[in-house]
Design a protein around this ligand. Structure first.
Ligand SMILES: NC(=O)c1ccc[n+]([C@@H]2O[C@H](COP(=O)([O-])OP(=O)(O)OC[C@H]3O[C@@H](n4cnc5c(N)ncnc54)[C@H](OP(=O)(O)O)[C@@H]3O)[C@@H](O)[C@H]2O)c1
Length: 314
């Protein structure tokens, strides 16, 4: 019985490793500029390291200077590419998002890939200085504004790409426009898992609507689920105390978790693919709700109001 259990565990582990999609493309990226939000840790760090290894100019957009600089130094040492930079970006502050985008527009000649990777799992019912629900702002409203502010540079650099790191958790999200910013919640009713799922559904819906708005510009936008990845994600709250934590050996490594993002950033065959959702380096369909173009359009309009930004007409 013991041997059978060990064998089953081993077979499951082998299956997890073999079924994980790996980016096969070895394209060089010399002359390309790429922003990776949250590039100092987990999936974002591995993504940034891979892209720097291909010769790209990589900007790590991070909220903590010490962590950002340490990551930059490690990537430079590992890839021998000195063109890796830390810039401060705190998605939980729209002022910071605007400041970061202004500096990029002023200092960068081009932007070939924007990777909206940063995200959080916020256990507390908390609003930011902008009056937005913290977890929604970190995962959705902040990246929404950032993308809009960087669109002129992405357009002038076309062909260019936007990649939104979503999650399979989007299937549990339900959009209620009267509760998009937690208007109906209190400290007692706030459910961080529910909000996380909604924020990740918003990442996909915004991809759908942006694809429509970007038609003919040469800028593509796609999104993805990275898999279940053994990073620090959520480890300061539910995860560490969850039984799932003990299954970590079966999860993807951060390097494996970065593969679909890298695939979307570099694969030449995807140059014109837009508005799609990927998993394990292959296109898959997200939930029905995540494909609803009317919902996507309304979400876009509501988001413009909440972040106080009016995108130019589609
Ligand atoms: N891990 C998984 O199993 C999994 C599954 C599905 C989807 N995802 C998604 O994958 C993405 C990356 O997650 P990960 O697993 O790599 O987690 P991670 O190791 O915790 O990395 C998250 C990154 O986001 C940054 N970040 C968080 N809030 C930020 C803010 N306000 N401003 C700027 N940066 C901020 C973090 O910065 P600090 O280091 O300063 O905290 C960190 O660099 C997230 O969008 C997550 O939703 C992960």
């Amino acid at each position: 019985m013991f041997l059978i259990t060990i064998l089953l565990i081993f077979v499951t582990w082998v299956y997890c490793k073999l079924s994980c999609g790996i980016c096969k493309n070895s394209r060089h990226l010399v002359g390309k500029t790429i922003i990776v939000t949250g590039g100092n840790a987990g999936i974002g760090y591995e993504t940034a390291k891979d892209l720097a290894g291909r010769g790209a100019r990589v900007i790590l957009a991070c909220r903590n200077e010490a962590r950002g600089v340490t990551a930059r130094d490690r990537i430079v040492a590992a890839t021998a590419n000195p063109d890796v930079h830390y810039r401060h970006l705190d998605l939980a502050s729209l002022h910071s998002v605007r400041h970061f985008a202004d500096a990029i527009i002023k200092t960068e000649k081009r932007l070939d890939v924007l990777i909206n990777n940063a995200g959080c799992y916020a256990a507390y019912f908390q609003y930011t200085e902008d009056g937005l629900l913290l977890q929604m702002q970190n995962n959705y409203f902040g990246p929404f504004l950032l993308t809009n502010l960087l669109l002129p540079l992405l357009k002038s650099s076309a062909p260019s790409r936007i990649i939104n790191v979503s999650s399979l958790a989007h299937v549990g999200g339900v959009i209620d426009f009267d509760n998009l910013n937690g208007e109906k919640e209190t400290k007692n009713t706030y459910n961080e898992l529910k909000v996380y799922c909604i924020s990740k559904l918003c990442n996909i819906l915004t991809t759908v609507e942006l694809e429509r708005r970007l038609k003919g510009t040469g800028v593509t936008v796609n999104c993805l689920h990275p898999g279940i990845v053994a990073t620090g994600f959520g480890s300061d709250n539910w995860l560490a105390s969850s039984f799932l934590f003990y299954l970590k050996a079966f999860w993807k490594s951060p390097w494996e978790g970065a593969q679909t993002t890298i695939h979307l950033a570099v694969t030449p065959e995807l140059a014109t693919t837009s508005g799609r959702y990927f998993e394990d380096c292959a296109e898959v369909l997200p939930s029905k709700q995540a494909q609803d173009v009317n919902l996507a359009r309304r979400l876009w309009e509501e988001s413009e109001i909440l972040v106080q930004f009016k995108a130019s007409a589609a």
